[in-house]
Design a protein around this ligand. Structure first.
Ligand SMILES: C[C@@]1(CC(=O)O)c2cc3[nH]c(cc4nc(cc5[nH]c(cc(n2)[C@H]1CCC(=O)O)[C@@](C)(CC(=O)O)[C@@H]5CCC(=O)O)C(CC(=O)O)=C4CCC(=O)O)c(CCC(=O)O)c3CC(=O)O
Ligand SMILES: NC(=O)C1=CN([C@@H]2O[C@H](COP(=O)(O)OP(=O)(O)OC[C@H]3O[C@@H](n4cnc5c(N)ncnc54)[C@H](O)[C@@H]3O)[C@@H](O)[C@H]2O)C=CC1
Length: 214
């Protein structure tokens, strides 16, 4: 499987099953999408700002739900494998993306998997074990959390820097300056301090890199 980032803003996501996993999917997608969770019980919350619909669809009802909600993605997260099968089939027939929480092998073409995710906006890191071991994804996610701390702020700083140098510098010199900042341990150490120190060090590095006096 090949990781891609998908923009769900303005789209709907339909989740079948309101258990622990259905709730996790609702929280994940509610960041961007309008999420609807269908389930006879809601014992796995919180559900973000998803709409909760109390119902117990049968496999024959799956298609009508998918048609009515018209989602970009359908999540099958009930504890009933026959219902999950029907949900996946209905979603596929209507051209929706399909995520099966109860299956990691024998996926069908077009299925999507949900990775373990670390965010420090706008930076996001996703880990998958190819469905073999969510436990490994989870432990790696926890380690990566420590690495990624501050990366969001650094992405903003270097993004601003790139804009600033775009007019003034030819591409190679601009790239070298941005890389020098991103690789700098001095910059990484000051991230998160909120003192303006990072910006000052960025200016020093850029001046040194471009051969200007600060
Ligand atoms: C295929 C996939 C579904 C998909 O694609 O959506 C899937 C499937 C299954 N998970 C199962 C079990 C567990 N899943 C977790 C945890 C997570 N599972 C997640 C993703 C995925 N799980 C996808 C593949 C991801 C990959 O490639 O690595 C994470 C990363 C993201 C998330 O779900 O949000 C999240 C960690 C989040 C984090 O911590 O960051 C734990 C650990 C725990 O809860 O402590 C356990 C119990 C321990 C164990 O069994 O390992 C079972 C067996 C169920 C059973 O036995 O009945 C199946 C079904 C099967 O394997 O058949
Ligand atoms: N992807 C993952 O990380 C994991 C996946 N799983 C798999 O995913 C499935 C769901 O896991 P959990 O949330 O822990 O199970 P759970 O048993 O807590 O939740 C199942 C939910 O499905 C609902 N449900 C039952 N009949 C329904 C119907 N007719 N229509 C809609 N909803 C219905 C139940 O009310 C319940 O809310 C499990 O069966 C297991 O195979 C389990 C653990 C982790």
């Amino acid at each position: 499987m090949i990781p891609l980032l998908h923009d769900f803003s303005g789209r709907r996501v339909l989740v079948f099953g309101g258990g622990r996993v259905g709730a996790r999917r609702a929280r994940t997608f509610a960041r961007e999408a309008d999420v609807v969770v269908v389930s006879p019980a809601f014992e796995g919350g919180p559900y973000g700002d998803a709409s909760l619909v109390r119902a117990a669809p049968r496999p024959v009802d799956a298609d009508a739900w998918v048609e009515r909600v018209a989602p970009a993605l359908v999540v099958a997260a009930t504890d009933d494998p026959d219902l999950n099968d029907a949900v996946a089939r209905a979603a596929r027939e209507r051209g929706c993306l399909v995520n099966r929480a109860d299956r990691s092998g024998d996926r069908e073409a077009g299925d999507v998997a949900v990775p373990a995710t670390v965010r420090d906006d706008p930076v996001v890191v996703a880990v998958s074990s190819g469905g073999r071991s969510p436990a490994v994804s989870r432990v790696l996610r926890r380690r990566i959390e420590r690495e990624v701390e501050g990366a969001g702020e650094l992405a903003r700083l270097t993004g601003d820097l790139r804009e600033r140098l775009r007019e003034e510098q030819p591409p190679e010199r601009r790239r070298a300056a941005v890389r020098a900042v991103a690789e700098s341990d001095r910059v990484w150490k000051t991230l998160g301090s909120g003192t303006g120190k990072a910006e000052q060090i960025v200016d020093e590095i850029v001046s040194a890199q471009l051969g200007e006096s600060p």
